[in-house]
Design a protein around this ligand. Structure first.
Ligand SMILES: Nc1ncnc2c1ncn2[C@@H]1O[C@H](COP(=O)(O)OP(=O)(O)OP(=O)(O)O)[C@@H](O)[C@H]1O
Ligand SMILES: [Mg+2]
Length: 456
């Protein structure tokens, strides 16, 4: 299930997130521990609780990014939620259990997708036969769906059957060679339109929402309607249909529940916003209340979902927050105990910015270069320019507000605004951005504190 070693996980994260080694290490160990737990004797498995993590750090330094990349890597059902979104039962908002329901839904889709891949080959084969049936309606005796045209009826002996076989193979060949791509066939497709019912789900209402949708699904059986489509599209529709048919939904659900319970990860963002133990005055919902609601889920309880009970004991929680105003020690003690691992992420420096601009596989500079390429413009941002961009971004961060790497986005956008605007007319050109260009565009702005507050 989890073939990556902690080192490999950190390496993979390094491709996208610069620095923050401590945090990477912590999540890597946590992820590996899921796998380890599943290898120990069964009697012990239940005893081993996940070591939940709190990532502490200022805004825009990579907390969410680490979690997001980890999710992709782990192939585990992964859900990101904002703690501040949840409120006490009885207040308007989403109840905390809904995160488990969402995660389960996600796992079901995930396994369904995997299953689909594994039956793809088989679905393809069956779909091809069905498509051939449509292109060449079957001979009598086999004909149960397609009505025969009168001309087919006369004298269909064994010879003719042989002939049909040949024809079928010929059509199969044509089909594979794409020679029938422009042909139309008529086929029955499921009409997915279920009457739209909007339900505003407040706390506790979500299961109801689900049930009503299911109810309507049964009340209005899927209508089927005939459509004329081109051969390639028909093939796609048939493959989809066959894949659907080949998937064993009972097993999918069973596997999904299993996976949620043993390898599910919930990223609980903005935990600092619900830290605090004061009781609320006024319309605010008490933060402590939200924590109390979170507690059973983090500690381990059973949550009812439409696929069945989900035990949350072994779901991994990774929390994050700036914790500027509040501290982890402002969380209620029970919750503190449930997040034993704390890692701090560092503020980013100008040197980090240089690396963030250029090193990650999705580096910002790379993105702009590729975007301009689509316009036929060859954009180059030289090293000195990148240094300037990093320094200026750092300067704005320290003068106004430190928003971390997010500053690079606004600065880059401003820097390249004109080029971006004129690119279509400058097709074929090579544009080199050097330090002087950066200064020309940005220096004024950076110096003027009021201006930079608005623009950068
Ligand atoms: N260390 C880093 N390396 C590469 N990119 C980074 C790094 N830190 C931040 N970024 C980029 O900056 C953006 C914001 O980062 P992210 O969403 O991780 O912030 P955050 O730490 O979760 O902040 P917040 O507390 O506001 O949620 C992302 O697009 C991310 O790619
Ligand atoms: Mg974030």
């Amino acid at each position: 299930m989890q073939p990556y070693t902690p080192k490999q996980i950190v390496q993979a994260l390094d491709k996208y997130v610069i620095g923050q080694h401590e945090a990477k290490k912590a999540v890597a160990i946590a992820l590996r521990n899921r796998w380890r737990r599943q290898q120990v004797p069964v009697e012990l498995q239940d005893e081993i609780a996940p070591k939940n993590i709190i990532m502490i750090g200022p805004t825009g330094v990579g907390k969410t990014e680490i979690a997001r990349r980890l999710a992709k890597l782990s192939q585990a059902p992964f859900l990101k939620v904002e703690a501040s979104k949840y409120t006490e039962v009885g207040y308007v908002g989403r109840d905390v259990e809904s995160m488990i329901r969402d995660l389960t839904e996600l796992a079901v889709n995930m396994i369904k997708q995997e299953e689909k891949q594994s039956v793809q080959q088989r679905a393809q084969e069956v779909a091809e036969e069905r498509l051939l049936d449509l292109l060449l309606p079957p001979a009598p005796g086999r004909a149960d769906e397609e009505p025969l045209r009168p001309s087919d009826e006369a004298g269909e002996g064994p010879v003719a059957t042989e002939g049909r076989k040949d024809t079928r193979e010929k059509i199969r060949r044509f089909l594979k060679e794409g020679r029938l791509d422009e042909r139309f066939v008529e086929l029955e497709v499921a009409d997915q339109k279920i009457p739209v019912v909007e339900i505003f789900s407040g706390s506790g209402m979500e299961e109801m929402d689900v049930q009503i949708k299911d109810m309507f699904g049964n009340l209005f059986p899927k209508k089927r309607k005939r459509r004329k489509v081109k051969v390639p599209e028909a093939m796609e529709i048939l493959v989809q249909e066959e894949a659907q048919r080949l998937i064993d939904m009972d097993r999918v659900v069973k596997d999904a529940l299993d996976r949620v319970q043993h390898s599910g990860i919930i990223f609980l963002d903005e935990l600092d916003k619900v830290a605090g133990r004061e009781h609320a005055h006024g319309p605010d919902v008490s933060r402590e209340g939200v924590q109390r609601d979170l507690l059973p889920i983090v500690e381990g309880s059973n949550v009812n979902t439409k696929y069945g009970m989900v035990r949350t004991d072994h779901i991994l929680f990774i929390a994050a927050g700036a914790f500027h105003v509040t501290k982890p020690s402002d969380l209620i003690p029970e919750l503190q105990g449930r997040f034993p691992i704390r890692v701090e992420l560092n503020s980013l420096t100008a040197d980090d910015f240089v690396r963030i601009l250029t090193e990650p596989e999705n580096a910002l500079v790379l993105q702009y270069v590729e975007m301009m390429k689509t316009e036929g413009v060859e954009l180059e941002i030289d090293l000195m320019a990148i240094r300037r961009i990093a320094d200026l971004s750092q300067e704005v961060n320290s003068r106004t507000e430190d928003i971390g790497a997010r500053r690079l986005y606004t600065v880059m956008e401003r820097l390249l605004e004109d080029i971006s605007f004129e690119a279509p007319e400058r097709s074929g050109e090579r544009i080199v951005i050097d330090a002087a260009y950066v200064d020309g565009k940005l220096d004024e702005l950076v110096k003027d504190q009021d201006l930079s507050r608005y623009i950068l």
